[in-house]
Write a protein that binds this ligand. Sequence first.
Ligand code: ACO
Length: 335
Amino acid sequence: MKSLMMQGTRILSTGSAVPNSSLNNSQISEIVETSDEWIVTRTGIEERRLLTGMNKSVVDLAVLAALKALDKISMSPSEIDLIILATSSPNDLFGSASQIQSKIKALNAVAFDLTAACSGFVLSMVTASQFLKSGTYRTILVIGADVLSKWIDWSDRSTCILFGDGAGAMILQSCPQKDNQILGFQLNTDGSYSNHLSLLYKEQVYPHPVLNLYQGSFKYISMNGKEVYKFAVSQVPISILKCLNSLNISTHDVNWLLLHQANERILKAIADKLCISNNKIIVNLNKYGNTSAASIPIAFDEALTENKISNNDIIVISGFGAGLTWGTIIIKWKS
Ligand code: ACO
């Protein structure tokens, strides 16, 4: 019989993968009218990785990241009960998570996709923690992966400079409450601003002659950069404060800000609003650009590899982006 005690959540392992092919700002300036100076001063991005070559998809990157996370702890894929793939760039609109389940041979795992753009990883982690808390599942693989290079209009300089491809994975497991690492979360959606950042299905002008049925296809990312910027800088600090307050944690107790890697100016403005020192911000967007759902788990994996994070550190994770959606998770790290 399942225990009625609520379980805690532990982060057992992380892994990440980015494509080998990189595109720096000087190379982008050969494609659109821009410059390294403009991109670096406005965003902090110096280069990004692109998934090039035929028949490569988000699944390839997600599988690599997942296998790295499994290898680190010598875990058999058969131990995984659930796989959640946060992506907005699947290679199958019916879902890509099941392909990952098959490729990594996680034969006992249920698998599904979760679509929430750059907030996808935060929403997936929270979803996973609910399954763990209730005792429904014991071990969950959460992956954030996106290949937005496939959905960018490469003649639009206002968006093509921002995004890169990548994947990050995290293995979560239920644990006794005393070992719990996810202290709390706070989530938000405001669909009235969905037009500020979208990748819309566009119908053809003429319907099917007999059925009066309009068909179409997905086109490119469209973004009102200024509005997204204002939204992130105004709303994310509120979410973080609400979450910290609900846990009686002061901003002074925060050791790390691990925010969605959208734009260095956004990250610094959020830290400044919270009076959190800039040297507590985890940043790697200079190397990868905005990798959407992958940005938080890649940055987390790198911070752990670089031994930045110490026992009992308080880590504030915040995702924000299309939807508009945004949210915060507070973690207490236990090595
Ligand atoms: N190179 C050179 N000039 C450019 C470029 C470029 N790549 N892009 C725009 N410009 C020009 C514009 O045309 C404009 O020129 P104008 O004044 O003659 O009209 C000028 O630079 C200023 O443009 P703005 O859009 O006002 O520039 P801004 O300072 O707002 O920076 C940016 C643009 C970097 C996109 C910023 O608004 C931003 O980072 N916004 C947030 C975007 C974001 O993070 N989106 C992802 C969210 S996560 C998700 O869910 C996917």
